[in-house]
Unconditional design. Structure first.
Length: 96
């Protein structure tokens, strides 16, 4: 079962993500990032690849797409905040 990140784990896990452009929303206990692409086709292709990983790991992002921009928010609703699944998916999204 997935658990909410502890204070110690949170610092270790989130620092590298923040360095890579993720921001923390303390009110929601979530992380967010905006990805920008050359055009809609690139953005949609990235979303398709991301969706395959999200489905494989049964952890789905909150996201929206407008033309070449994809805004992503990650939080684990089942635990009421950030979990290791959010960090795992964030790292994967950054590599796609």
């Amino acid at each position: 079962m997935t658990e909410k990140l502890s204070d110690i784990a949170r610092k270790t896990v989130l620092e590298p993500l923040i360095a890579d452009g993720w921001t923390v929303d303390e009110d929601r206990d979530a992380i967010s990032k905006t990805y920008k692409f050359d055009d809609f086709t690139e953005a949609f292709g990235w979303m398709t690849r991301a969706a395959l990983w999200a489905e494989k790991w049964d952890h789905h992002p909150e996201w929206s797409n407008v033309y070449n921009k994809v805004e992503v928010t990650l939080t684990t609703h089942d635990v009421g905040g950030l979990s290791s699944l959010d960090a795992k998916l964030a790292r994967k999204l950054d590599t796609l």
